[in-house]
Write a protein that binds this ligand. Structure first.
Ligand SMILES: Cc1ncc(COP(=O)(O)O)c(C=O)c1O
Length: 349
């Protein structure tokens, strides 16, 4: 990259204090995809997914510290008499939010948590798809609920009808922030955000993976109230919003929209699910998902099937020991579905 003219006019500086032209375009596009009530002015563009979750969780703490978001949560420690702000979080069993320290507090799996305990944010993990389980866990220290609309690493489990709206109502009633982690589900389920398509407006949405077609950039969308509660510069990073990443995101979002890739993800995803169900294969326990975020649960370990697919040029992921996860690129076309099905049937036989 040539530095002279770019540095002189300042608009394409990599210095995060100055901003850059691609970043301005990205802000505009991000505002377009954000749900109406979400304030897309104060996004953070740090790389990666866990970093986004960490930023979201840090916002909860900041908001509380300033007494803005949960004004009635100052607690007095019964033994020491000290006053302090309690903050704790409710997340879901099987939920995955990354492996940086704050995000790890929300991740359920012991395998990831154990080496780093104690974790900074006390969290409880409750049964998935049960608003009652969340309600039962709320106490005076609860500050946030964090959920994926479709659990990814946990095995592709889609929030049931009514689950997120019920959680939204609970969060609002208890003045608790609702953070929705769309790092994996963002842009691939037939809409920019699965949670919004399910009828809710979260307080914070984090998203990353697909937004620049795999190039590292993440986006945190927050409500106006949260945005205004944060001191300037509270959540920045050296490379956050750098022009190359912002440019990659701008192009990706443009292509998603202009080429109708949200709609195509919905149609092709439904076709894959239908075709797998139609196989009625005895080795398949279930197939579930939304758009191009699909899990095939087998009655056996998934590794041999995944290896077979790989030998036939199809790359898949596991989600737990028996689920094969399909997260294909959004530029998938009908011919790719045929290619996948051919390889899958071949491996199963
Ligand atoms: C829902 C969700 N949140 C957070 C993360 C963490 O993202 P990263 O691995 O980029 O830190 C992931 C990664 O798989 C994810 O699926």
């Amino acid at each position: 990259m040539k530095s002279g003219p770019i540095a002189r006019d300042g608009t394409n500086s990599v210095l995060n204090l100055i901003g850059n032209t691609p970043l301005l375009s990205f802000r505009r596009l991000a505002a377009d995809v954000a749900p109406v009530e979400i304030y897309a002015k104060a996004e953070w563009y740090n790389p990666g997914g866990s970093v986004k979750d960490r930023a979201a969780l840090a916002m909860v703490r900041d908001g509380e510290r300033r007494g803005l978001l949960t004004p009635d949560k100052t607690l007095v420690d019964a033994t020491s008499g000290n006053t302090g702000i309690a903050y704790a979080m409710i997340a879901a069993e099987r939920g995955y939010h990354g492996r940086t320290l704050g995000a790890l507090s929300a991740t359920a799996d012991k395998k990831y948590r154990a080496p780093f305990e104690p974790l900074p944010i006390p969290s409880t993990h409750v049964a998935w798809n049960s608003p009652e389980a969340i309600e039962a866990e709320i106490n005076e220290g609860t500050s946030a609920i964090i959920l994926e609309p479709i659990q990814g690493e946990g095995g592709i489990h889609v929030a049931g009808p009514g689950y997120l709206p019920a959680v939204r109502e609970i969060a609002t009633r208890h003045k608790i922030l609702l953070i929705v982690d769309e790092i994996q589900s963002g842009f691939r389920t037939g809409a920019p955000f699965a949670s919004v398509a399910m009828g809710i407006t979260p307080d914070i949405i984090v998203t990353a993976k697909a937004i620049a077609n795999g190039f590292p950039i993440g986006l945190t969308l927050v409500t106006k109230e949260i945005s205004e509660s944060l001191p300037g510069g509270a959540h920045g990073s050296t490379f956050g919003g750098n022009p190359l990443a912002a440019r990659a995101a701008v192009e990706t979002l443009r292509i998603f929209r202009e080429d109708g890739l949200y709609e195509r993800a919905a149609t092709l995803g439904a076709e894959v699910v239908d075709r797998i169900e139609a196989l009625q294969h005895p080795g398949i326990r279930a197939v579930r998902g939304k758009g191009l975020m699909i899990g095939i649960e087998l009655k056996q370990k998934s590794t041999p099937v995944m290896r077979g697919l790989q030998e036939r040029g199809v790359l898949t992921l596991s989600a737990g020991s028996t689920v094969i996860r399909l997260l294909p690129p959004l530029i998938w076309e009908p011919a790719h579905v045929d290619e996948f099905m051919e390889a899958f049937e071949d491996v199963l036989s």
